[in-house]
Design a binder for this molecule. Structure first.
Ligand SMILES: Nc1ncnc2c1ncn2[C@@H]1O[C@H](COP(=O)(O)OP(=O)(O)OP(=O)(O)O)[C@@H](O)[C@H]1O
Length: 762
């Protein structure tokens, strides 16, 4: 099923005026007036026009905490107890009410999703224990942590106990887990409240111009529910995530410390948007690993149920930020998550219960995914696939709805994404086709041998012969599916397999270098490179700008930025002169577009020329019945260069317009004299066989891309070695084939090559 997305418009704050309200909730068509599903917002270019975005539900300013909980969260609780993980996260710009929604206030009426969730969980625990006359025991334990400046900190630990690098994240059975988190058993609501309040004191919050109590971190609360019967143990987790809000630093007037926090927040949200974009475009690489938040959230990779609460401010001062958020949410709602329950562990064959008491660290106990679900989602068997077809999408445990408009969508009252169920609908279990948590009947619709075994009377043998056989065959299936997944992933599209590998290596290096600022800076550099590789120069420039504070005075970085700036400038000039039609469209962009956040958190995805032609048609002009599900795609701003860097335009996805690969151009370079051979500057790649042993050795070292080996070469320091590897990553060719090509790498030059070569023992 897809991620359930609901929007909540917060009430006006003290200094906000009613006349500035621009965001409203509306119902469509035949739906009852009491259940709005559309957010309407004016076109920033033309107030007479409006855009509308449809979600599963929309809550207006007067919606209460109770309503949000009762309609959106309460229905998920029975699924939690049926073995599904649930993820609830609040997303939105700073000051839009995420913390209010998730945590809420102290009074009963003001309590947010989290305390209500816990209250409900405890109620259900008691009921289960009572109904089973004590045969089923339910334990609740919690861990609570924050991601601050891309580092993970345990909120159950006081700040003075934190290490500078935070807690590491590891992959465990395809799940990202934080190693070394405290897990607190928590048996009553009162106990929970004490723990939670205490932990929140440790959370990084601070006053900004936009919010007196702004969260400076992403906070993740994991509630582990363990149900134990005489024969089985079933563990499921509810994760409630209060994301930090994106910020326009020109509006916040943040100081240096806030700026660093803010750029980290914005970066992680930007990566999240990139992940959503990559998923929706079925790109082979989803950049989850580029930020800790996306790794942990694993949107689209996590199993179970996912609810996103999109928090919106109603007023004009948030106009563009709100559009950005709506755009993001519009894409997110199309992500399909795999609804897989955590199978019970049979106590007779599992480790003792004590060993399963932690969901954190490496000892997480979870049954593998059901092979049928995994295989289904991994597209392992596509009978219609022909040899010449495009490569299949990479193996991820999700599938994605098409962005394209579906004809006939209006004929149904169901939210648009639920009308577009395609291939998954056929083979998925019936529960998957439901759009609403409340309408699922998991147990009844998911008969499985295991679940029937859970209900086995205690007097029966723990495992019958048939069940052992079934278990063995299930394990074999799982192993086969696992292997197929691995095989399939290695056969992922080779479009840029090599490049991909190098990027991954770079990522791993960054991961390994969790040494504070530098790793952060390297992350930005990595992202810059990725953008550059994709031909998205404005985004690359933005990332270089974000990296700059981490490498102050780095001339190379500045030069790189200059080069990118020039490239953008000339591209724009070429566009202006070559595509007058396009220019006409872009010049229509509103001036307000230029005032988008300096670090736009969410890309306003650009449209292709073809789409641009239809963009008018996509806008919904005062038509309350129009349930157009397409993205809001404002035309690109006709920004002058500098302004465009600061605009969303910088983050627009540009269709790949015949990007020129980085080729080593033949230009005049020094003549290198080796012991026996000399290579002329303009010579094509020399045959490696012609190299002297020393040159061949040097090229081998360079092509190893091993920074430590390269750094050991004469005249090459750490920075230069890094720069060389960076160039190699960006390079179109597989390897450097001769000394001339080596000298052409940025920052190398003839003298360095000569030094490197002479420094090697012949
Ligand atoms: N539904 C609501 N009812 C009443 N007040 C609200 C509501 N939503 C938000 N507020 C108020 O708006 C202000 C900002 O809300 P909150 O701190 O929850 O925003 P946020 O999105 O978490 O911001 P940040 O990302 O900076 O942490 C707070 O004063 C909060 O009390």
């Amino acid at each position: 099923m897809s991620v359930r997305v609901v929007a909540r418009i917060r009430p006006l704050l003290k200094l906000e005026l009613d006349k500035d309200t621009i965001v409203t909730a509306e119902s469509i068509g035949r739906e009852s007036p009491g259940s709005p599903t559309v957010v309407r917002i004016p076109n920033p270019k033309n107030n007479m026009e409006s855009f509308s975005f449809q979600f599963n539900s929309v809550y207006d300013q007067d919606a209460t905490q109770q309503q949000i909980f009762d309609h959106e969260v309460a229905p998920t609780i029975k699924h939690l107890f049926n073995g599904f993980d649930i993820t609830i996260f609040a997303y939105g710009v700073t000051g839009t009410g995420k913390t209010h929604t998730m945590r809420g206030g102290k009074s009963l009426a003001d309590r947010g999703v989290i305390p209500r969730l816990l209250s409900s969980i405890y109620r259900r625990c008691r009921k289960i224990e009572k109904d089973s006359a004590g045969a089923t025991q339910v334990e609740v334990a919690m861990s609570y942590y924050e991601i601050y400046n891309d580092k993970v900190f345990d909120l159950f630990e006081p700040p003075e106990k934190r290490t500078a690098s935070g807690l590491p994240i590891r992959d465990n059975n395809g799940k990202s887990v934080v190693v070394g988190l405290t897990e607190r058993p928590c048996t009553t609501l009162k106990e929970f409240e004490q723990l939670y309040d205490q932990a929140n004191v440790n959370r990084s919050t601070s006053a900004t111009k936009l919010n007196a109590h702004s969260s400076r971190s992403h906070a993740i609360l994991c509630v582990k529910v363990t149900q134990t019967t005489e024969t089985t143990v079933r563990i499921s987790t509810a994760s409630a995530i209060d994301l930090a809000g994106s910020e326009d630093n020109r509006r916040t007037e943040n100081n240096k410390e806030r700026l660093v926090e803010s750029s980290s927040i914005n970066k992680s949200l930007f990566v999240l948007a990139q992940c959503v974009e990559a998923i929706s475009k079925k790109q082979p690489r989803i950049p989850y690993r580029e930020s800790k938040m996306t790794r942990i959230l694993s949107l689209g990779q996590n199993n179970g149920l996912t609810l996103m609460i999109l928090n919106l401010a109603p007023v004009r001062s948030y106009h563009l930020d709100t559009l950005s958020s709506l755009n993001f949410a519009n894409r997110t709602k199309k992500i399909e998550v795999c609804e897989v329950e955590n199978e019970p562990i049979f106590r007779s064959q599992s480790k003792p219960l004590a060993a399963t008491s932690s969901i954190t660290g490496s000892n997480i106990q979870r049954q593998p995914l059901r092979p049928i679900a995994a295989a289904h989602n991994a597209n392992l068997h596509d009978p219609e696939r022909k040899p010449g077809d495009k490569p299949e999408k990479p193996v991820k445990a999700f599938s994605v709805y098409s962005d394209t408009r579906k004809t006939g969508a209006r004929s149904s009252n169901l939210p648009a994404q639920n009308q577009t169920l395609r291939r998954t609908e056929v083979s998925k279990r019936p529960a998957d086709s439901s759009s609403s948590f409340s309408s699922r009947h998991t147990k009844a619709l998911r008969p499985s041998e295991n679940s029937s075994r859970i209900r086995t009377a205690p007097s029966e043998p723990v495992l019958s012969k048939a069940s052992i056989e079934a278990l063995i065959s299930q394990r074999i299936d799982e192993k086969l599916a696992e292997k197929a997944l691995q095989d399939s992933s290695t056969a992922a599209p080779s479009l840029s397999a090599d490049l991909q590998k190098r990027l991954d290596e770079l990522e791993q290096r960054i991961d390994a270098k969790e040494d504070g600022g530098k790793a952060e800076g390297l992350q930005f550099l990595l992202m810059a490179k990725q953008h550059q590789v994709r031909g998205e120069d404005p985004s690359a420039l933005r990332m270089y700008q974000l990296a700059l504070p981490f490498f102050p005075g780095n001339e190379k970085l500045r030069n790189k930025m200059k080069a990118v700036e020039e490239r953008i400038k000339s591209k724009r000039e070429a566009e202006k002169s070559g595509h007058s039609l396009l220019t006409t469209t872009t010049s229509a962009a509103p001036s307000t577009m230029l005032s988008l956040p300096a670090v736009a958190p969410v890309p306003a995805f650009a449209i292709s020329k073809e789409e641009k032609r239809h963009s008018k048609a996509r806008r919904i002009v005062s038509d309350p019945h129009d349930d157009d599900d397409d993205d809001f795609t404002p035309p690109p701003a006709d920004a002058d260069l500098d302004a465009s860097y600061a605009s969303d335009d910088s983050f627009r996805y540009r269709p790949k317009i015949a990007r020129k690969p980085t080729k080593l151009k033949a230009k005049k370079v020094p003549v290198f004299r080796d012991d026996a051979l000399s290579f002329q500057s303009s010579s094509a790649s020399a045959n490696p066989g012609e190299h002297t042993p020393r040159t061949a050795h040097l090229l081998r070292i360079i092509n190893s891309r091993d920074v430590s080996q390269i750094r050991a070469l004469k005249g090459v320091g750490a920075k230069k070695a890094d720069a060389i590897v960076t160039c190699l990553v960006e390079m179109e060719e597989d390897e450097v084939r001769d000394l001339e090509s080596l000298a052409l790498l940025k920052g190398v030059g003839g003298r360095t090559v000569e030094n490197m070569r002479l420094g090697l023992a012949s």
